[in-house]
Ligand binder design. Structure first.
Ligand code: ZN
Length: 273
């Protein structure tokens, strides 16, 4: 699947039709020369024929041509489109139906567009400012590097943006799961930091402090142990400071000798018996 960035403006300073596209559940474009569409109905032509028509029109815009070709031939059902408006990314949606043609599907203040794909636009998308450059492209295929920058803005900078994770966000459902897990990881990390900062870095089982044993290199080192294994949680977001214990590596290993792990108290009892 592919990711696209698309803008919905006539020329660089012209009429903005994003709102209309959003309401109609489409992503549309048109390309005109001397008031006439450069290419008409593309439902039954090949890319080669498209190229020939474009060549004969005498229009030189490469970006116009590639943008329209993306809409006509390359956008597939399930692909994701990010809507660009000025310096902002204002919308995100999934392509529901591939290319179709209808003169005047978008009509507004002199704009009359006819090429479009149907899109399920997210209703709860939060716009953000992001300059991905390549602004001369009405339709831009988003590469991994640009996608990572979008994700960073969309989900927060704390998230590790590996290509695997990016692929996981393929569908809306998976996207939601991803956000849940990412927000859990963020929250979890904050809780662990908070727990450590308010502790003396002493193992809650055996009382050992790394700094006492190893000196400077052991300063502020301790392991965060989840009292309830993370995988067993229904609601990851419910984790609190009380769900985390700080322990040394040895005690951590011993806690996990049983499945489920034994409690801090149990291990302490065994240690001192
Ligand atoms: Zn210990």
């Amino acid at each position: 699947m592919n990711y696209w960035r698309m803008s919905f403006r006539l020329g660089s300073n012209g009429v903005e039709v994003w709102e209309q596209c959003r309401k109609q559940g489409i992503a549309a474009m048109g390309y005109y020369y001397n008031g006439e569409p450069v290419v008409g109905d593309c439902r039954n032509i090949t890319e080669k024929e498209f190229d020939a028509i474009w060549r004969e029109s005498g229009v030189r815009s490469r970006t116009g041509k590639s943008s329209l070709k993306h809409v006509v031939f390359h956008m597939k059902e399930g692909d994701v489109i990010y809507a660009k408006k000025g310096t902002e990314i204002v919308g995100k949606g999934k392509i529901a139906e591939e290319y179709d043609y209808k003169p005047g599907i978008v009509k507004q203040d002199g704009v009359r567009w006819e090429h479009y794909v149907k899109v399920d636009w997210n209703t709860d998308f939060k716009p953000f400012v992001l300059d991905l450059s390549a602004n001369q492209h009405t339709v831009l295929k988003i590469n991994q590097e640009r996608l990572a920058r979008i994700r960073e803005k969309e989900y927060g900078t704390d998230i590790n943006l590996t290509p695997d994770i990016i692929d996981e966000v393929a569908s809306a459902e998976e996207g939601k799961k991803y956000i849940r897990e990412a927000s859990f990881r963020q929250r979890n990390r904050k809780l662990i930091e908070q727990k450590k900062a308010n502790s003396d870095y002493r193992c809650e089982v055996c009382g050992m402090r790394y700094e006492d044993v190893y000196g400077e290199i052991g300063k502020d080192y301790i392991i965060a142990h989840h009292l309830e294994p993370i995988g067993n949680r229904d609601e990851a977001a419910k984790t609190t400071l009380d769900d985390i214990a700080l322990v040394c590596s040895n005690c951590h290993d011993m806690l996990h000798k049983t499945n489920p792990p034994m409690s801090i108290e149990e291990l302490r009892t065994q240690l001192y018996q």
